[in-house]
Design a protein around this ligand. Structure first.
Ligand code: 13P
Ligand code: SF4
Length: 322
């Protein structure tokens, strides 16, 4: 342990060396590394489990590790800690927040909720613990439709914080959702005009899109789904090429699963081919290694808030098959 720590503090290490040290630390600490599909390829390579928000929440719920290292954004690591109060939950970069989650301040959301007494509050997992504590059910883009369909028709539903996902779910389920007006800057940035141009340049390529994209983009998509659903679709589809309207980090796994297929990141605007989540990319291999060596930054959450937020997460897991 001491050697690893000393060496980490004194020199720049090669990627291979970092991989081998992270793997050694994993064993030594009985640590589980969870990484979202939007992180850098080298983070996905060293992780024990790579997944979308739902898969990672499930992995955080059921594991025998002593330490969880979460390479994602803050709300993901916070969810892991809410589910595992006795475990050490580490993050490579504690400043890797999610601007979508941050677009929903607690006091404003609380006042919004008060305007609709009796409404069921369903919030996307991309939200703070305080917002989860104000919610009845948490959801992800993989299970949101399934959860909404379980709410009796006579109940109003507040959905937040993503207005694009909420709008998509309202159209899909026919429910009149009361929407918080937040959005993900990555998915909201895809341009319809640039996309249509890309479709013209790649005839035969199938346009697939995440429901966090705007309606004007979704309406052109041949397939819409969460990150995991998009990945599964690229494997099962007969198409040989895809224009991918979601964070391009997922292309690493898509290409791995279908090496012979072509994946084109959807354009953000005519001059900018990619819309990238800067916060996900803050998880570098160096920071991942350092957080394991130093056993920090550690996620800490006050117990009363944890318990209040836990209810909406466990309700989601109970309402989700598999
Ligand atoms: P999923 O992982 O549920 O597809 O969500 C995408 C996302 O933006 C995560 O922050
Ligand atoms: Fe948040 Fe969007 Fe980044 Fe996901 S991709 S972490 S929703 S900013």
């Amino acid at each position: 342990m001491t050697n690893i720590r000393e060496s980490a503090e004194t020199g720049i290490m090669s990627q291979e060396e970092l991989f081998s040290r992270v793997n050694a630390l994993k064993k030594e600490m009985n640590a589980l590394i969870l990484a979202h599909y939007y992180t850098l390829p080298e983070i996905q390579q060293v992780a024990d489990i790579v997944g979308d928000s739902l898969a990672l929440a499930r992995a955080a719920e059921k594991n025998s590790a002593d330490v969880i290292v979460f390479a994602g954004v803050y709300f993901m690591a916070e969810t892991a800690k809410i589910l595992n109060p006795s475990k050490l939950v580490l993050m490579p970069d504690e400043y890797a927040g999610c601007p979508l989650a941050d677009s929903c301040p607690t006091d404003d959301f609380s006042a919004f909720k008060e305007r609709y007494p009796g409404a069921v509050v369903i919030t996307y997992i991309n939200s703070t613990a305080e917002i989860k504590a104000l919610s009845d059910i948490t959801c992800t883009s993989s299970n949101a439709e399934h959860i909404i369909r379980q709410i009796p028709e006579n109940r109003q539903i507040i959905f937040g914080p993503d207005r694009n996902l909420g709008g998509y779910l309202a159209r899909k389920t026919g429910r009149d959702l009361i929407l918080w007006q937040g959005y993900c800057y990555v998915h909201d940035a895809f341009s319809e005009q640039a996309l249509l141009k890309a479709c013209g340049e790649h005839p035969g390529a199938e346009l697939i899109a995440h429901p966090e994209c705007r309606e004007e983009v979704l309406r052109h998509a041949a397939f819409i789904g969460s990150t995991q659903m998009l990945l599964n679709h690229t494997v099962s589809s007969h198409s040989e090429s895809f224009i991918v309207a979601t964070e391009p980090g997922i292309i690493y796994e898509m290409q791995k699963r279908s090496p012979h297929k072509t994946f084109i990141p959807a354009p953000k605007d005519p001059d900018n081919p990619r819309s990238v989540c800067k916060q996900m990319k803050q998880n570098t291999l160096e920071k991942l290694h350092q957080c394991m060596v130093n056993r920090k930054p550690e996620i800490v959450i006050e117990e009363q808030l944890r318990l209040a937020a836990l209810h909406s997460i466990t309700t989601m897991l109970e309402m989700t098959p598999g």
